[in-house]
Design a protein around this ligand. Structure first.
Ligand code: ADP
Length: 469
């Protein structure tokens, strides 16, 4: 795994960036607050000082002796007094003294107009402020007092604070990184435990669920794993059951074939008639095996799930077609088929699946009917559903078997397996899967005639129509 693809690495980088940003924002906010507070203090102080000078000059005149403004470390103040014609009559600066010169600055102009003036600016913690006030005598503006101040004391404070800011910044970054590392460590431990448990269970025959000890962010992953395990376990059990059932189903006819062949080969002077009879039995067994193999293939296709999408299928046509196909078989057994079919039952599905549903149910209703019995077939639309019913006068299915008959290879009466009346035990499993695939339901109930009634309800493409039987 590349370092930049690792989640731990990304989390640590994020923690580092978060720590740096929080330190940066914190120190900027502190300095900004200090600057704002200083601005207000300067305004009050410088304006008061300018007014004080202006008041004493208005009493004693512009050439009165004045006390120079205090200068502190880092603060440099300059006092300028002008007369009403902008000429400087006093300049406290020794370095750049402009006495006698004309000064045209906003501060002076504003004061000579009779207003107080204050201006503040800061750049790189160097604060520049200026304040001015008019000197008024006998109601006339005779001059202006201006104070200019440069304050770099904040820079000194910042310099003094810098080591503390740096240390607290480094400590914060380290703290964030430690917390991030602890988080990564905990998360990785949970994930590596999960991987370890998954690896351990892989070799086991029986898949065990992983215990969910904490209800944290990893818990949903464990639950999903457990769901997959459950499904895998179910599939594994189904596969085992299927393999054992399928081998049992094929072993029985194979054993019968072997027995028939042995009887022929081990008996001397077998006449042609007996051989023919034995051969007919062998063909019957081979037919049974191909029938089972065919149904197994159908089931496997249904289980694989790679089925065609739904298209409109006329269930009415399917039922008519199947009744015609099974008529000779019913006649052989003297079973009368009575049908009550609506012509416009259209379902969303596929023809093959519809044939399997209708065909298997009609086949069973004839197969498990009594000789001379009746099979009633109903098909109608109601409440946006298509209902298909087979109602026979046969042997019936006891309520305790009505769930199991849908399992593959399940037969209620095992003794009929090879008496020519039994089938593969796969027909109803195929029916159920198709019904579920079409979004419908299937139910077994007693027929009023004492036989069995199968009711299949499927979603319909038809508008509602009321019908009752
Ligand atoms: P089979 O190929 O054995 O008919 P099915 O899956 O179609 O397999 O049916 C499973 C079992 O359900 C049958 O062996 C039979 O015992 C019972 N069964 C199905 N349909 C009927 C019916 N109409 N009347 C009585 N029993 C039935």
């Amino acid at each position: 795994m590349k370092l930049r693809e690792s989640i731990s690495f990304r989390i640590l980088i994020l923690c580092g960036v978060a720590a740096f940003l929080s330190v940066y924002i914190m120190s900027s906010v502190i300095l900004n607050r200090i600057e704002t507070a200083t601005h207000l203090a300067k305004q009050t102080e410088l304006q008061a000082a300018a007014s004080e000078y202006a008041t004493s000059l208005s009493v004693y005149g512009l050439d009165a002796e004045i006390t120079l403004p205090d200068t502190y470390a880092g603060i440099n103040r300059r006092l300028i007094i002008t007369d009403s014609s902008l000429r400087i009559v006093f300049d406290s600066s020794d370095i750049e003294n402009h006495e006698g010169k004309i000064i045209y600055l906003p501060a002076v102009v504003t004061a000579l107009r009779g207003d107080e003036f204050f201006e503040f600016s800061s750049s790189n913690l160097r604060l520049e402020s200026s304040a001015a006030a008019p000197v008024v005598s006998d109601g006339k503006i005779i001059g202006a007092v201006c104070i200019f101040e440069t304050d770099v004391s904040l820079q000194n404070i910042y310099k003094a604070l810098l080591p503390a800011l740096l240390i607290s910044g480094i400590v914060t970054i380290l703290l964030f990184l430690t917390l991030g590392a602890a988080f990564v460590f905990f998360l990785l431990r949970r994930i590596s435990n999960l991987i370890k448990t998954v690896k351990e269970t892989q070799g086991d025959e029986k898949i065990e669920k992983i215990p969910v000890n904490y209800n944290d962010e990893v818990a949903p992953i464990i639950r999903e794993f457990n769901n997959i395990y459950e499904r895998l376990d179910y599939v594994q059990q189904m596969r085992q059951a299927f393999v054992s059932d399928a081998s049992h189903e094929l072993r029985t006819p194979l054993a019968a074939i072997r027995l028939l062949c042995e009887s022929i080969t081990q008996t001397d002077d077998v006449d042609t008639e007996t051989i023919r009879e034995f051969m007919e039995d062998i063909i019957l067994e081979v037919d049974r095996m191909s029938h089972t193999a065919e149904k197994l293939l159908v089931l496997s296709r249904l289980d694989n799930g790679n089925r065609k999408g739904h298209a409109p299928v006329s269930l009415s046509e399917t039922v008519y077609k199947m009744i015609n196909a099974f008529e000779p078989i019913a006649a052989d057994k003297d079973v009368t088929i009575e049908s009550y079919i609506e012509d416009d039952c259209i379902i969303p599905g596929e023809t093959e699946g519809a044939n399997q549903i209708v065909g298997n149910l009609i086949d069973n209703a004839i197969k498990y009917n009594n000789v001379g019995g009746t099979l009633r077939i109903y098909l109608f639309s109601k409440n946006g559903k298509c209902t298909f019913i087979t109602d026979d006068t046969g042997i019936g299915i006891a309520p305790e078997y009505r769930e199991q008959v849908f399992e593959r290879f399940y037969r209620v009466d095992k003794s009929r397996e090879h008496d020519g009346r039994g089938g593969s035990g796969l027909g109803l499993a195929i029916v159920k899967r198709n019904v579920e695939h079409f979004g419908g339901t299937i139910r077994i109930s007693d027929s009023v005639t004492g036989g069995t009634r199968f009711t299949v309800v499927l979603p319909s493409l038809q508008t509602e129509e009321e019908h009752s039987i």
